[in-house]
Design a protein around this ligand. Structure first.
Ligand SMILES: Cc1cc2nc3c(=O)[nH]c(=O)nc-3n(C[C@H](O)[C@H](O)[C@H](O)COP(=O)(O)OP(=O)(O)OC[C@H]3O[C@@H](n4cnc5c(N)ncnc54)[C@H](O)[C@@H]3O)c2cc1C
Length: 435
């Protein structure tokens, strides 16, 4: 019988895994519950939908997301290739038309030989002797999360995150904004709302004073530090936003020739420029408060919101207890976890995790873990070996790469050297395994 891999979840990780498996000549059953069962964040039924920001981060190799993307390219990532075809201007970052990208990926996977896409919610762990990849993501359906609790030894698998609002272009008064990228890197891809001290303080006090949406009784409120709601950052101190997501460094208002006290940035969300995201404004403020507070910002007085910021679940396993470096369940080696549920955090990390799971599940001979000098290898090793007591999903950072063998006082150069070393190690791994 032809080996057939089952994947639960057609998100970023599941779609990438499906492609890699089908490419190796094996058959795939990809289960996706949408559109019958929707999540709180997905807007449609396409596979690989990016649910919030349309940015995949910097392309510079000395940045964490830049190195990850370089490695994904070397590993022939399907998602990355599609993302590059659907890019929208965003300085030195790779930003995309999210919906177009998801539509293209869906069409390509639907027509790929060997892939069967089944629109169905999985509520129990399927009994199969074949490899099974669980890639149901941070918004795994509650029934399936419950089914997983036997395997993962945890009753609750989630904590909380928040997303940013999306504004309709026709409702923005562009005359009050200026276009520029920080430090003039790339084109003038961001729209900037300059704030003086008074406007900044009004924004901070109104956010701090507003009442956030309450978590339900049975839900524990734990925020993930890398994705704090903007009002939580504001609560940490009057200037915390001016030094954080609203920092004005590298931005000069051409009309005054001066650097504003703070800057709110808008980033294009789609190719047609119909929608703009409020960058860094992930929030759990009530919808009425979001409308009232954000309409105080210059240029947004008549803003129409395509989507408000929201609070959402973030489901993940306690990776160090459950999986090994091959993302394989310690209790049952036919089961793999991929994407955000496996304990990685972020779009690019989820794609990377899906790609490696696809390779591991389809190629038995891949018993050589990725070198820990590579970004993806160090991330998979970290989540499998971190302390389980306070485990939280992790993004890739250069801190995960060992310093040994790379001596340099200049921080940027040191990152470049580590990145070069990572690419060399990955190239050797790819050659050795003839991927
Ligand atoms: C609201 C929100 C906003 C986020 N914003 C960002 C951001 O701006 N930037 C960033 O880098 N990361 C962000 N993340 C984190 C993460 O990068 C994304 O969630 C990413 O999509 C994770 O990829 P994934 O493949 O693991 O999960 P997903 O892309 O969510 O895919 C999982 C898929 O499984 C399906 N599914 C769930 N349960 C079942 C079931 N029982 N049966 C069948 N199918 C099922 C879902 O419908 C979904 O299509 C965000 C997460 C959330 C929840």
């Amino acid at each position: 019988m032809k080996k057939r891999v089952t994947i639960i979840g057609g998100g970023l990780a599941g779609a990438e895994a499906a492609y890699q498996i089908a490419k190796s000549g094996m058959a795939v059953d990809l289960y996706e519950m949408r559109p019958q069962v929707m999540t709180e964040a997905h807007g449609g039924d396409s596979l690989a939908e990016m649910v919030c920001s349309n940015s995949l981060g910097s392309e510079e190799i000395s940045s964490a997301s830049g190195l990850l993307k370089r490695e994904l390219k070397m590993l022939d990532s399907f998602f990355l290739r599609s993302a590059e075809k659907n890019r929208v201007p965003a300085g030195n970052s790779l930003a995309v038309d999210r919906l177009q990208l998801a539509a293209n990926i869906t069409a390509e996977l639907e027509s790929m030989p060997g892939i069967r896409i089944i629109r169905q919610e999985i509520r129990e762990i399927p009994a199969t002797e074949m490899p099974l990849i669980i890639a149901s993501g941070p918004l795994t359906s509650p029934a399936f999360a419950q089914a997983l609790s036997g395997l993962t030894m945890r009753k609750n698998l989630y904590f909380f995150d928040a997303t940013c609002p999306l504004i309709r272009a026709e409702s923005i008064d562009f005359s009050k904004l200026f276009a520029a990228s920080r430090y003039e890197k790339g084109e003038a891809d961001f729209l900037n709302i300059p704030l003086d001290q008074e406007q900044y303080e009004l924004l901070v006090t109104s956010m701090v004073g507003a009442e956030p949406e309450q978590a339900r009784d049975f839900e524990k409120e734990i925020f993930f530090d890398a994705c704090l709601p903007v009002e939580e950052i504001a609560r940490r101190g009057p200037q915390s936003l001016a030094f954080g997501p609203l920092k004005p460094v590298g931005l000069v208002d051409p009309r005054t020739g001066a650097r504003p006290h703070a800057v709110v940035q808008l980033r294009q969300d789609d190719l047609k420029k119909d929608f703009f995201q409020l960058v860094g404004f992930q929030t759990r403020l009530k919808y009425g408060d979001q409308k009232r507070i954000f309409r105080n910002l210059p240029g947004l007085e008549n803003a129409k919101f395509e989507r408000f910021g929201r609070m959402h679940r973030n489901t993940y396993i306690n990776a160090p207890l459950i999986i090994n470096q091959f993302s394989q369940c310690k209790k049952n080696s036919r089961i793999y976890f991929a994407g955000q549920i496996s304990g990685v955090e972020g779009y690019v990390e989820s794609v990377a995790s899906g790609l490696l799971c696809g390779l591991f599940a389809s190629r038995n001979e891949l018993r050589n873990p990725l070198p820990e000098t590579t970004a993806i290898g160090s991330l998979l090793s970290y989540i499998a070996n971190a302390g389980w007591q306070d485990f939280r999903p992790s993004k890739f950072t250069f801190g995960l790469l060992a310093d040994s063998g790379v001596e340099c006082r200049d921080k940027k150069r040191k990152k470049e050297l580590k990145a070069e070393r990572a690419c060399e190690a990955l190239e050797q791994w790819i050659k050795k395994l003839a991927i």
